[in-house]
Write a protein that binds this ligand. Structure first.
Ligand SMILES: *[C@@H]1O[C@H](CO)[C@@H](O)[C@H](O)[C@H]1NC(C)=O
Ligand SMILES: *[C@@H]1O[C@H](CO)[C@@H](O)[C@H](O)[C@H]1NC(C)=O
Length: 383
């Protein structure tokens, strides 16, 4: 089984669809419309607009003989015969109605030499649909006309989607097959109910070509893309990002030093046995060194928004502290801290001297303790 149609697009045709390839079935009738317009009525009749040129084709194998066209109209005679074109001439036996008139209405029958026949009802009628208004922008339309069988096609520019039928036709009953469609702006699903309250929208436009730009609350980092674009298919170009709290790694404790205090927050409840300290952005850690040590570097570091510490942890170096000037004397060199191996000597005020024997300068030892206190200055009178 195979259906044959020619002409233009219409709603499904109701003709006999069995193709007359053998002598045992009635022949198929199809139509062609080189000029004018037509529509199919629900009864199967072909409604033809006056003035159209109509070819009725009776499909039959020429080698089996000639079919015959007969008609009920008494208005005029019609040309019948095999189609001319090479690809049609052996199987299309044609009846042509030129510039159809109301009086051409009637039943047209094709009969095979063996007496099998098929008919088509032709109804020449002046039916017009209401004239369509010109489509209002942004709707773009191509309107053929408002006669029965005429059509109109519609589309929307980029950024819009067509709501309704892309094509409508003027039907046999003078009604358009559908209403004019509309163009609707393409919009992506709204992003308002973000579950994550730490996520903020810096920019938001959910029409086609627009974008949404995200940021996270202070102290949080964005996971995922910072912005998404509304695409032509009404979907966002990517998934929604999320925010994670920025945390600095636990700082290392310097050798011979300790962490004095830290403003940290605790992830776990205070009652849990193993508390892990969590260093959020802004957390401050202060270091101190054991006695006999000098702190080199920064004594305080802070957790930055990059998740890194503002400075590396300090180091604690073995040092001897300034031992203090003896009465009536000064030590040299004068420093806050002395390295192991450093010596000091004492210079006494006028009228004072240090003991001559034994001559031993205090030395800073490897443990950060002076080998001896600074020697005292004594009055001449006492020496
Ligand atoms: C949203 O984005 C579209 C495409 O870029 C633009 O044409 C439109 O003006 C924007 N709307 C607003 C309210 O900014
Ligand atoms: C974070 O890192 C960027 C580049 O790595 C740097 O330019 C910026 O100063 C850093 N910010 C802080 C607060 O450390």
């Amino acid at each position: 089984m195979k259906s044959q149609r020619s002409g233009f697009n219409l709603s499904p045709l109701v003709f006999m669809i069995v193709r007359g390839e053998t002598e045992d079935v009635p022949p198929t009738i199809v139509f062609g419309l080189p000029a004018g317009s037509a529509a199919v009525e629900p009864s199967g009749a072909l409604a033809v607009f006056p003035g159209s040129i109509l070819h009725l084709e009776c499909l039959f194998a020429r080698k089996l003989g000639n079919p015959e066209w007969t008609w009920t109209s008494t208005f005029r005679q019609y040309l019948t015969g095999w189609a001319i074109a090479a690809r049609e001439r052996d199987w299309k036996y044609r009846l042509s109605i030129y510039y159809a008139k109301v009086q051409d209405s009637g039943i047209y029958t094709c009969s095979t030499p063996r007496g099998l026949s098929n008919s088509i009802r032709v109804h020449v009628v002046d039916v017009q649909c209401p004239v369509l208004n010109l489509p209002e922008p942004p709707l773009i339309g191509k309107i053929e006309g408002a006669r029965m069988g005429h059509g109109a096609t519609f589309e929307c520019p980029v950024g819009f989607k067509l709501e309704g039928a892309a094509g409508i036709t003027c039907q046999y009953n003078g009604k358009w097959s559908a209403e004019m469609p509309r163009c609707e702006t393409i919009e992506c699903p709204p992003i308002n109910a973000i579950g994550d309250t730490r996520l903020q929208l810096l920019e938001y436009n959910n029409t086609f070509g627009g974008r949404a730009v995200f940021a996270c609350m202070w102290g949080h980092q964005l996971l995922g893309s910072q912005n998404v674009e509304c695409q032509g298919d009404g979907s966002w170009s990517g998934g929604m990002p999320s925010c994670v709290e920025i945390i600095c790694p636990t700082p290392s404790i310097p050798k011979s030093g300790r962490i004095m205090e830290s403003q940290t927050s605790r992830h776990n409840s205070p009652r849990k046995q193993h508390q892990t300290r969590v260093y959020k952005v802004g957390a401050l850690v202060r270091f101190a060194c054991l006695p006999g040590h000098q702190l080199l570097g920064e004594a305080s570091i802070i957790c930055t928004e990059n998740g890194t510490w503002s400075h590396p942890p300090p180091v604690c170096k073995v040092r001897c502290p300034y031992p203090g000037d003896p009465p009536h004397g000064r030590i040299a060199p004068l420093k806050f801290w002395y390295k192991p191996g450093d010596n000091i000597q004492v210079t006494c005020s006028p009228g004072y001297v240090t003991p001559l024997e034994p001559v031993r300068k205090p030395t800073c030892r490897e443990n950060g303790i002076w080998s001896a206190p600074p020697p005292p200055c004594r009055s001449y009178k006492d020496v």
